[in-house]
Design a protein around this ligand. Structure first.
Ligand SMILES: Cc1cc2nc3c(=O)[nH]c(=O)nc-3n(C[C@H](O)[C@H](O)[C@H](O)COP(=O)(O)OP(=O)(O)OC[C@H]3O[C@@H](n4cnc5c(N)ncnc54)[C@H](O)[C@@H]3O)c2cc1C
Length: 378
């Protein structure tokens, strides 16, 4: 049997690449290090799966994100506008709360996916069911360029093994690629340094969510949007479901990763609830459920250097691989998108571009036989 195309990384980019390759009639194996799929996309429900809270991305912007909007529609998902109606709260460094009666306008408007952004991952996975072999809990630790294939060094619960690939689509962030993968032959130092200097978008961030019996802030005329110069939450938004009946708030934690690690999640939760009480009143101190997701603590998302704050949105580009690898390895993942790098749109755009280029070259790449160390795939 011919060697598969291997997609490395089961985030949005990897799943979309696998979907496009499968649709083009290719034999695909997807390898993901975590036990779950989704990467930076993570939606958790406290009671049931109808309303899940996004602890990674919450928003897409249909006016700017045609690929995400298209995928939402193709997968038959419902989307709804972020709730912004009502007064905005501004918290000063002294904890004083100022009420801005004007609704905080968004341009373009941001939308959420009903049931959480995880629906994109579940929808893609369902489309791959029985067509693409997916290995979770399997970490790629090295890539060796062979005459007509790439040999992947893998690590899973049962030990180390290898897998041959005709071609590879690599969707893990550039920083993790050069930190965690051993390349043979080694990649030139300037390229390695460039990848090391490419921040993984939002990897140093943390999110806090609190679920409530009612959206009491709306009843008091607040939108749920708040900006704080005191913290620990720097920016707060309504995270209720489309109807507003299942009520929640979320906040981006403004405190640094070092501070967060220092105080721990219980303390951070207490501080966040105290802040929500200062802003929205007593009831904010009695949530039904809270969660903190600290992405800086996730080694499969953040490198140590991602713990440093970013001054601005990085400039991303498609990236290149050394010439010798160019018929065997394509780079994708949101950090490889020049137009929408960092965003969900960039994850899809980079995957589409990589697959397009791979398919264009595929007919020129001769196949090889499976190695004796390779496990048999179904
Ligand atoms: C808190 C937060 C809020 C965000 N908000 C938004 C938003 O509102 N809108 C928006 O558009 N974007 C937002 N983003 C960005 C968005 O989440 C990303 O652009 C997108 O999810 C990236 O997808 P990806 O597949 O490129 O990368 P990832 O999701 O990082 O996927 C990479 C995958 O590779 C796996 N992996 C890593 N190393 C290995 C290895 N050695 N072997 C095998 N697998 C490996 C990882 O486990 C992961 O599953 C946010 C991100 C965060 C963290």
């Amino acid at each position: 049997m011919s060697l598969p195309i291997v997609v490395i990384g089961g985030g949005l980019s990897g799943l979309y690449a696998a979907h496009l390759l499968e649709q083009a009639g290719q034999r695909v194996l997807l390898i993901e290090a975590r036990e779950r799929l989704g990467g930076r996309i993570l939606s958790l429900g406290h009671a049931d799966d109808r309303h899940r809270l996004d602890l990674g991305p919450s928003w897409f912007w249909p006016a700017m994100n045609p690929l995400v909007a298209g995928l939402v529609s193709t997968l038959g998902l419902d989307a709804f506008a972020q709730h912004i109606q009502g007064a905005t709260a501004i918290e000063g460094p002294d904890g004083q709360v100022h009420r801005q009666q004007v609704t905080w306008q968004q341009s373009p408007a941001s939308y959420r996916v009903a049931g959480g952004m995880q629906r994109l991952i579940e929808g893609l996975r369902a489309r791959l069911e029985g067509k693409v072999h997916i290995l979770t809990g399997t970490r790629v630790v090295g890539l060796k360029l062979r005459p007509h294939a790439v040999e992947l060094d893998l690590q899973d619960a049962s030990g180390a093994w290898t897998q041959q690939a005709a071609q590879v689509v690599l969707t893990i962030p550039p920083r993790l690629t050069v930190q965690d993968l051993c390349m043979e032959p080694a990649w030139p130092l300037p390229l390695v340094q460039q990848m090391r200097d490419t921040p993984s978008w939002m990897a140093g961030q943390a999110k806090f969510v609190a679920v409530y019996p009612r959206a009491f802030w709306r009843e008091a005329g607040w939108s749920g949007t708040a900006m704080s110069h005191r913290g620990p939450l720097a920016e707060i938004h309504d995270a209720s479901d489309a109807s507003g009946e299942s009520a929640a708030l979320f906040g981006f934690v403004g405190a640094t990763p070092a501070y967060r690690t220092g105080i721990g999640q219980d303390s951070l939760t207490r501080q966040a609830l105290a802040q929500l009480q200062r802003i929205f009143g007593e009831q904010a101190g009695s949530p039904l459920w809270t969660a903190v997701q600290d992405w800086a603590e996730e080694p499969l998302t953040a490198a140590a250097s991602d713990r440093q704050p970013l001054a601005r949105h990085p400039l991303y580009d498609a990236g290149t691989v050394p010439q010798a690898w160019s018929h065997h390895l394509w780079l994708a993942g949101t950090e490889r998108s020049a137009n929408a790098g960092g965003y969900l749109e960039g994850a899809l755009e980079s995957a589409a571009l990589a697959v397009q280029e791979l398919l264009a070259q595929r007919s020129q790449v001769p196949g090889t036989n499976a190695s004796e160390h390779e496990r048999t795939l179904p």
